[in-house]
Ligand binder design. Sequence first.
Ligand SMILES: NC(=O)c1ccc[n+]([C@@H]2O[C@H](COP(=O)([O-])OP(=O)(O)OC[C@H]3O[C@@H](n4cnc5c(N)ncnc54)[C@H](O)[C@@H]3O)[C@@H](O)[C@H]2O)c1
Length: 377
Amino acid sequence: MTKPLNIGLIGYGFMGRTHSNAYRQAPQFFECDVKPVLKACCARNEESIKAFAENWGYESYETDWRKLIARDDIDAVDICTPNNLHKEIAIAAAEAGKMILCEKPLAMDVAEGEEMCAAVEKAGVPNTVWYNYRRVPAVTLAKKLIDEGRLGRVFHYRANFLQDWTISEDLPQGGAALWRLDAKAAGSGVTGDLLAHCIDTALWLNGGIADVNAMTETFIKERVHQETGEKQAVTIDDACTFMCHFSNGSLGQFESTRYARGHKALYTWEINGENASIRWDLHDLHRLEYFDHNDESQVRGWRSVHVTDGDQPYMDHWWVPGLQIGYEHTFIHQVADFLQSISDAKPCSPTFRDALETQKVCDAVLKSADEKVWIGI
Ligand SMILES: NC(=O)c1ccc[n+]([C@@H]2O[C@H](COP(=O)([O-])OP(=O)(O)OC[C@H]3O[C@@H](n4cnc5c(N)ncnc54)[C@H](O)[C@@H]3O)[C@@H](O)[C@H]2O)c1
């Protein structure tokens, strides 16, 4: 017998769409005792949210997230709003006893994140944060290979997340679709938006970060604010580079920018160990590059593993070996894992508490750039 899980989704933008798709697909491809029901979605504009509800098959809609949380027929609240709303919604949802799936970054800063962790832990409600790149099959496979000890001692971890969409001086900041450029809505620029993904993956694959030394730059100093029409100072970081020491003794190097002309979403990471190296590239997300020094020397070299076989993570739920899946599947996998975690009464990582570790690194990075010193985590 399957048990329904009534979803209340807040925010119908980019992530509202990926999550809605995931709730619909997960039970089709994964055997789940718990089945999501698209009960209600919410945003402020009635016409738009009504159209969204009809398009995705939500049974109802709300225009005030407080009303959605107050409803007895909602079991889980999914937060897909800009970052400055995560804390208020999550705490209200926890106090109402709802399960919570929250978009990343967890919060605007560590102080907010601590309050959110305290709220979900006090309420004892299941919670997870959508650091979805953990659930790219190639990345999950990397985690398995690392946990098997195949890399040996790790020396280096390097990651990049490069985009180019804010180079024009004419691009406004703030408001719909451009809230990422407004620190009041986003908390920070590329650090919370892009590096947070790199940091979450790094902490998962390579363990804790001990200290960081960062630099940030804001290339365009003033932009018109979309909501006021006024030219205002830009206070987000347009680019951020940092180096760090991991607790396992390896050295880390991270770079993120929205000013790398030609790059749209180039998220890459590489790990170099004493026995093997491993690397991954979001533009080719179904491949894992792997170099094993133990291979016979005549044929030793980087191999490109096409992660589509049934014995590779998640792939037995999809098509046949050789046929790849894509970006949207990372969200489907997270929903499937969340549903399974409810059946098993176990946490679904990354939990709020796990995501707080990423928030701590983000805060330290921004502080280091500001004070031009090394900051311990
Ligand atoms: N996991 C990922 O890879 C990933 C990718 C993109 C965004 N995100 C995160 O997802 C969140 C949303 O980002 P997005 O790209 O979907 O943004 P978006 O601008 O596309 O959508 C934001 C939505 O929030 C709604 N909203 C704003 N204020 C609201 C309010 N007071 N009440 C109800 N709804 C409100 C807007 O109407 C809009 O539908 C952010 O926290 C972002 O960092 C994560």
